[in-house]
Write a protein that binds this ligand. Sequence first.
Ligand code: ZN
Length: 307
Amino acid sequence: MNNPMTGLHHVTAISGGPQDNIDFMAGTLGQRFIKRTVNFDAPDTYHLYYGDSDAAPGSVMTYFPFVNAEPGRAGNGMASALAYAVPAGRLDAWVARFAAAGVGFDGPHTRFGERLIAVRAPDGLCIELIETARAKGGGPDDGFHGVTLHIDRPEATARLLTEVFGYSNEGAERAGMAVRRRFLAAGQGRGSVIDIVSDPSAPSGRSGAGTIHHIAFRAKDNADQLSWRARAMEAGMDVTPVIDRQYFNAIYFREPGGVLFEIATDPPGFAVDEPMETLGQALMLPAQYEERRAEIEAGLPEIRVPG
Ligand code: ZN
């Protein structure tokens, strides 16, 4: 028997050009730029990682910034929004910060008793800041609150979350024709919220810039991951073998509502190939690309990390 799932490990999205992405994530949202590497399946494109000051699981947002990406559309069968947790009493400071910087936002609104605002990344990705008693620290340095999935027939996804992953069903809120169902991971730690929105007026999602590619849940080690792999397969999921992603091991499957789920190991983490103090400063390549470093570097656009 597994321990229950404890929440999100990372979220991966497709963005437009890398400079707009890094300005927004490291500048506007104040996230730490923790890894500068390439898409291991297409090394002519960056893979950029952002997280909290410790680059800890549950805070890590990653992007494939395609310079010429077609815009995508959030909708059914996709994760449609990512939310960071803001400690109680700190949302108004973010409202003031965005207003001072001329960053447009939606809200504040209230959802399941928590106040939130929503901002749009330059490519249109919806990122929410949600004030919650579960957040403990000082920033959006508190990691993820959770994600929203758009799924028109949510029953099978809900069963996967509750019966296999051990999430609790926290009830539903309605907004017009749309129903938002909330599920919460055991332990209620970082990234423990999964909301499923079922909206008859929502279009089907289309992958592209400004959309979330997949969400990754945490496994505490390789054995835990293999155990999750067996349980997901037992539940009828078509799960990939374990894939080495350098900073974690990964398995993937498409859940019944169409969203790509990953389960990623906490170890070895982002300090496996460079010191924790200087994460993100140099281009890191996995061993199979190191001999092509000069060619790969020459093909990547220059990026500047905001100070
Ligand atoms: Zn991933």
